[in-house]
Design a protein around this ligand. Structure first.
Ligand SMILES: [Zn+2]
Length: 183
Protein backbone atom coordinates (compact mmCIF):
# COMPACT_ATOMS: atom_id res chain seq x y z
CA UNK A 1 0.00 0.00 0.00
CA UNK A 2 1.32 3.43 -0.89
CA UNK A 3 1.44 5.62 2.19
CA UNK A 4 0.82 9.33 2.46
CA UNK A 5 4.07 11.28 2.80
CA UNK A 6 4.25 13.99 5.48
CA UNK A 7 5.55 17.35 4.31
CA UNK A 8 7.47 19.89 6.37
CA UNK A 9 5.19 21.77 8.69
CA UNK A 10 3.70 18.51 9.94
CA UNK A 11 4.82 18.05 13.57
CA UNK A 12 5.59 14.34 13.04
CA UNK A 13 8.68 15.41 11.06
CA UNK A 14 9.97 17.45 14.00
CA UNK A 15 9.45 14.92 16.77
CA UNK A 16 12.05 12.43 17.98
CA UNK A 17 10.95 8.97 16.82
CA UNK A 18 10.68 6.14 19.34
CA UNK A 19 12.83 3.03 19.50
CA UNK A 20 11.28 -0.11 18.03
CA UNK A 21 11.01 -2.94 20.59
CA UNK A 22 13.11 -5.67 18.91
CA UNK A 23 10.44 -8.26 19.72
CA UNK A 24 8.01 -6.44 17.43
CA UNK A 25 10.19 -6.49 14.33
CA UNK A 26 8.94 -9.86 13.09
CA UNK A 27 5.29 -9.07 13.76
CA UNK A 28 2.93 -9.04 10.79
CA UNK A 29 2.07 -5.40 11.42
CA UNK A 30 5.69 -4.25 11.41
CA UNK A 31 6.56 -6.32 8.34
CA UNK A 32 3.58 -4.82 6.58
CA UNK A 33 4.76 -1.33 7.48
CA UNK A 34 8.18 -2.07 5.99
CA UNK A 35 6.59 -3.42 2.80
CA UNK A 36 4.43 -0.30 2.55
CA UNK A 37 7.41 1.98 3.11
CA UNK A 38 9.34 0.23 0.34
CA UNK A 39 6.36 0.51 -1.99
CA UNK A 40 5.99 4.20 -1.14
CA UNK A 41 9.70 4.88 -1.66
CA UNK A 42 9.55 3.19 -5.07
CA UNK A 43 6.36 4.96 -6.07
CA UNK A 44 7.96 8.37 -5.51
CA UNK A 45 11.42 7.42 -6.85
CA UNK A 46 13.05 7.98 -3.47
CA UNK A 47 16.35 6.48 -2.38
CA UNK A 48 15.32 6.46 1.26
CA UNK A 49 12.27 6.86 3.45
CA UNK A 50 12.06 7.18 7.23
CA UNK A 51 9.14 6.31 9.51
CA UNK A 52 8.22 9.92 10.39
CA UNK A 53 7.89 10.67 6.68
CA UNK A 54 4.90 8.33 6.58
CA UNK A 55 3.48 9.64 9.85
CA UNK A 56 4.93 6.80 11.92
CA UNK A 57 7.09 8.08 14.75
CA UNK A 58 9.34 5.06 15.15
CA UNK A 59 13.02 4.57 14.41
CA UNK A 60 12.93 2.76 11.10
CA UNK A 61 13.99 3.62 7.56
CA UNK A 62 14.23 1.89 4.22
CA UNK A 63 16.72 2.76 1.52
CA UNK A 64 17.86 1.63 -1.88
CA UNK A 65 20.22 3.29 -4.34
CA UNK A 66 19.72 1.94 -7.84
CA UNK A 67 22.66 1.52 -10.18
CA UNK A 68 23.38 4.66 -12.19
CA UNK A 69 25.97 6.09 -14.54
CA UNK A 70 27.22 8.30 -11.72
CA UNK A 71 30.34 6.59 -10.45
CA UNK A 72 30.21 8.68 -7.29
CA UNK A 73 26.98 6.90 -6.49
CA UNK A 74 27.56 3.20 -5.89
CA UNK A 75 24.36 1.16 -5.81
CA UNK A 76 22.99 0.05 -2.46
CA UNK A 77 20.66 -2.94 -2.35
CA UNK A 78 17.26 -2.52 -0.75
CA UNK A 79 17.59 -2.56 3.01
CA UNK A 80 15.62 -1.72 6.11
CA UNK A 81 17.31 -0.32 9.21
CA UNK A 82 15.65 -0.49 12.61
CA UNK A 83 16.91 1.58 15.56
CA UNK A 84 19.94 2.72 13.53
CA UNK A 85 22.95 4.31 15.19
CA UNK A 86 25.58 6.17 13.17
CA UNK A 87 29.14 6.93 14.18
CA UNK A 88 31.27 9.12 11.89
CA UNK A 89 34.42 7.31 10.73
CA UNK A 90 36.42 10.54 10.80
CA UNK A 91 35.95 14.29 10.70
CA UNK A 92 35.96 14.55 6.93
CA UNK A 93 32.83 16.05 5.41
CA UNK A 94 31.75 16.28 1.80
CA UNK A 95 29.18 18.53 0.19
CA UNK A 96 26.47 17.06 -2.01
CA UNK A 97 23.01 17.72 -3.31
CA UNK A 98 20.02 16.36 -1.43
CA UNK A 99 16.31 16.35 -1.87
CA UNK A 100 13.55 15.01 0.32
CA UNK A 101 10.06 13.66 -0.34
CA UNK A 102 8.94 15.72 2.66
CA UNK A 103 10.35 18.92 1.12
CA UNK A 104 8.91 18.51 -2.37
CA UNK A 105 10.53 19.92 -5.49
CA UNK A 106 13.62 21.37 -3.80
CA UNK A 107 17.31 20.51 -3.78
CA UNK A 108 20.13 21.90 -1.69
CA UNK A 109 23.80 21.31 -0.96
CA UNK A 110 24.41 19.63 2.39
CA UNK A 111 27.71 18.77 4.10
CA UNK A 112 27.82 15.21 5.41
CA UNK A 113 30.39 12.88 6.91
CA UNK A 114 32.11 11.01 4.11
CA UNK A 115 31.98 7.74 6.02
CA UNK A 116 29.87 6.39 8.87
CA UNK A 117 29.57 3.18 10.82
CA UNK A 118 25.99 1.88 10.85
CA UNK A 119 24.74 -0.28 13.68
CA UNK A 120 21.10 -1.32 13.44
CA UNK A 121 18.75 -4.28 13.22
CA UNK A 122 17.51 -5.57 9.89
CA UNK A 123 13.95 -6.57 9.05
CA UNK A 124 14.51 -10.01 10.57
CA UNK A 125 15.80 -8.46 13.78
CA UNK A 126 19.39 -9.49 13.01
CA UNK A 127 22.21 -7.06 13.77
CA UNK A 128 23.70 -4.91 11.03
CA UNK A 129 27.18 -3.51 11.58
CA UNK A 130 28.82 -2.01 8.53
CA UNK A 131 30.79 0.94 7.26
CA UNK A 132 29.22 3.14 4.61
CA UNK A 133 30.96 5.66 2.39
CA UNK A 134 29.95 8.35 -0.05
CA UNK A 135 26.35 8.50 -1.20
CA UNK A 136 25.33 5.50 0.93
CA UNK A 137 26.68 7.32 3.99
CA UNK A 138 24.84 10.47 2.89
CA UNK A 139 21.49 8.69 2.60
CA UNK A 140 21.96 7.06 6.01
CA UNK A 141 22.71 10.43 7.61
CA UNK A 142 19.70 11.99 5.89
CA UNK A 143 17.38 9.20 7.11
CA UNK A 144 18.75 9.18 10.65
CA UNK A 145 18.20 12.94 10.87
CA UNK A 146 14.51 12.28 10.17
CA UNK A 147 14.41 9.97 13.20
CA UNK A 148 15.63 12.83 15.37
CA UNK A 149 13.16 15.34 13.98
CA UNK A 150 15.57 16.83 11.45
CA UNK A 151 15.44 17.62 7.75
CA UNK A 152 18.30 18.38 5.39
CA UNK A 153 17.49 22.09 5.37
CA UNK A 154 18.71 22.22 8.98
CA UNK A 155 22.12 20.95 7.86
CA UNK A 156 22.67 23.37 5.00
CA UNK A 157 25.52 25.76 5.73
CA UNK A 158 23.70 28.48 3.87
CA UNK A 159 20.65 28.68 1.66
CA UNK A 160 22.19 30.01 -1.54
CA UNK A 161 22.21 26.62 -3.25
CA UNK A 162 18.52 25.95 -2.56
CA UNK A 163 16.92 25.25 -5.94
CA UNK A 164 13.65 24.09 -7.33
CA UNK A 165 13.96 20.73 -9.03
CA UNK A 166 13.44 22.18 -12.48
CA UNK A 167 16.15 24.79 -11.99
CA UNK A 168 18.40 22.20 -10.34
CA UNK A 169 18.09 20.00 -13.42
CA UNK A 170 18.63 22.95 -15.72
CA UNK A 171 21.61 24.57 -14.00
CA UNK A 172 23.17 22.24 -11.44
CA UNK A 173 22.51 18.57 -12.25
CA UNK A 174 25.36 16.33 -13.40
CA UNK A 175 25.66 16.43 -17.14
CA UNK A 176 24.15 13.02 -17.75
CA UNK A 177 20.86 14.39 -16.63
CA UNK A 178 18.35 12.92 -14.30
CA UNK A 179 20.28 12.44 -11.08
CA UNK A 180 17.77 14.01 -8.77
CA UNK A 181 16.72 11.74 -5.94
CA UNK A 182 14.67 12.31 -2.83
CA UNK A 183 15.27 10.73 0.55
ZN1 LIG B 1 14.09 13.17 3.64
Amino acid sequence: MILKVARIGHPVLRARAKEVPPGEIRSAAFQRLLDDMVETMHEYDGVGLAGPQVHVGIRVAVLEVPASDDRARAPVPLMAVVNPRLTPLDDEKVRGWEGCLSVPDLRGIVPRHRGVRLQALDREGQPIDLQAQGFFARVLQHECDHLDGGVYLDRMEEMRSLSFLREFTRFHAPRDGDEADDD
